[in-house]
Design a protein around this ligand. Structure first.
Ligand code: HEC
Ligand code: HEC
Ligand code: HEC
Ligand code: HEC
Length: 118
């Protein structure tokens, strides 16, 4: 029993180190409102449901520049960056890769109104 406890403690410790080394920033609390102030209600995003599914950098592809807010660059209309809708609905890299049946790695297919509550 004592050995198991020690083993678990060692795992938790090394996991903590690995995560600590990989991350300069902590994931924010759940219930983030993801919006670009379009016609639809804001999408609610929970990091806790995602941090085991993808690396931070997979979604935050500008994390190396210290930029985490997609909406800072991805606006309602395309500019230097594609529109927020086009980025979020991207089937290769973003939300729709996992949440659309034609996504690259469908993990949990969602209907429009499961993200956009109205
Ligand atoms: C996995 C979650 C998710 C699903 C499923 C989803 N969307 Fe989105 N959608 C987003 C995100 C995130 C944005 C970007 C944020 C924003 O613009 O509000 C967005 C943006 C949009 C926008 C532009 C912004 C606006 O508010 O008008 C429209 C229109 C839209 N989606 C329609 C749809 C429709 C129609 C479907 C179903 C075919 C759908 N979405 C399915 C996450 C999703
Ligand atoms: C599945 C995609 C995804 C993953 C994985 C992910 N995030 Fe996020 N994160 C988002 C979205 C979407 C937002 C909202 C951005 C916006 O509203 O413009 C966000 C927002 C943030 C913000 C900004 C919060 C604020 O309101 O200023 C930080 C910081 C952040 N994430 C850190 C992390 C870290 C650290 C990790 C890895 C442990 C991580 N994220 C993993 C999608 C993700
Ligand atoms: C600092 C600005 C910036 C931030 C922050 C940012 N992006 Fe981007 N993004 C861009 C630019 C510019 C492009 C165009 C190609 C490139 O540089 O990768 C892009 C391209 C993309 C693409 C490819 C879209 C396509 O149609 O080819 C996706 C998907 C994407 N971003 C998703 C996100 C998500 C999700 C977030 C937040 C978790 C985010 N981006 C944060 C600037 C940004
Ligand atoms: C790498 C795959 C992956 C990506 C990318 C991803 N998700 Fe998810 N998402 C999941 C999985 C798996 C779950 C289910 C997790 C759970 O139930 O604990 C989930 C759950 C959700 C839920 C809750 C659904 C429900 O009703 O239970 C929402 C909303 C959501 N994701 C929105 C988004 C948005 C918005 C994005 C893009 C910014 C995104 N996801 C990107 C894999 C992903």
């Amino acid at each position: 029993m004592k050995k198991i406890v020690l083993f678990v403690a060692a795992c938790v410790f090394s996991l903590g180190l690995a995560v600590g080394a990989a991350q300069a920033t902590d994931a924010p609390a759940d219930g983030l409102k993801v919006t670009n102030y379009g016609k639809k209600a804001a999408v609610t995003f929970d990091h806790s449901k995602h941090v085991n599914e993808a690396t931070c950098e997979q979604c935050h592809h500008k994390a190396s520049e210290g930029k985490y807010k997609c909406g800072e660059c991805h606006k309602a209309k395309a500019g230097d960056a594609p529109s927020f809708k086009k980025a979020a609905h991207n089937k290769e890299k973003a939300c729709w890769s996992c949440h659309n049946k034609r996504g690259k790695t469908p993990k949990k297919v969602l209907k429009c109104n499961q993200c956009h509550k109205k």
